[in-house]
Design a protein. Structure first.
Length: 64
């Protein structure tokens, strides 16, 4: 009777170990390491700092 009990417990341990190992492998497959992150949002366009038109410092006049 004792030998049957030991054999039964050993067989049950093997089944439980294999189930736990398979569960761990399934969870590893679902981990975030295998997924690509989403695209980041595009930043808002930067408004121009100065909207004035550029004028020459010295006006050329006359031919000097």
């Amino acid at each position: 009777m004792e030998e049957c009990r030991v054999a039964l417990i050993s067989d049950a341990n093997k089944h439980v170990d294999s189930l736990m190992l398979q569960d761990a492998r399934d969870q590893l497959g679902d981990s975030l390491l295998n997924r690509r992150p989403g695209k980041p949002f595009k930043p808002a366009p930067i408004a121009p700092i100065d909207s004035l038109t550029v004028k020459p410092v010295f006006e050329s006049g006359g031919g000097r």
